[in-house]
Design a binder for this molecule. Structure first.
Ligand code: FES
Length: 108
């Protein structure tokens, strides 16, 4: 089963991402060459340049952010919102089919 995730750019443009189960959201985006995520620390929850906003996630599909992720979200370049997450800390599951992820204006 392909897991479709919608990526919404700051311009409002929307792209469809076929995500890989068990990869992180950041890995899935980077493997398809979509623009937007920097991921400077290589997915180690240490830079905040994979910040995104989860506009919609199917119920029960998204685990809570860890304390480490919540602390790193204090340092993101664009406004931190209640739905802010780090794409490197989101592991894709089948339940995430249809998830909508908005990109911030700036990653650094
Ligand atoms: S890639 Fe650095 S915090 Fe996610």
């Amino acid at each position: 089963m392909s897991i479709t995730v919608f990526i919404i750019h700051p311009s409002g443009a929307e792209e469809e991402l076929i995500a890989q189960e068990d990869h992180t959201l950041l890995e899935s985006v980077q493997s398809t060459g979509l623009d937007g995520f920097v991921g400077e620390c290589g997915g180690n929850c240490a830079c905040g340049t994979c910040h995104c906003y989860i506009e919609f996630a199917p119920q029960g599909s998204l685990l809570e952010a860890t304390n480490e992720e919540l602390q790193m979200l204090d340092f993101v370049a664009s406004a931190r919102e209640d739905n802010s997450r780090l794409a490197c800390q989101i592991r894709i599951t089948k339940d995430m089919h249809g998830m909508r992820v908005a990109m911030p204006e700036r990653q650094f």
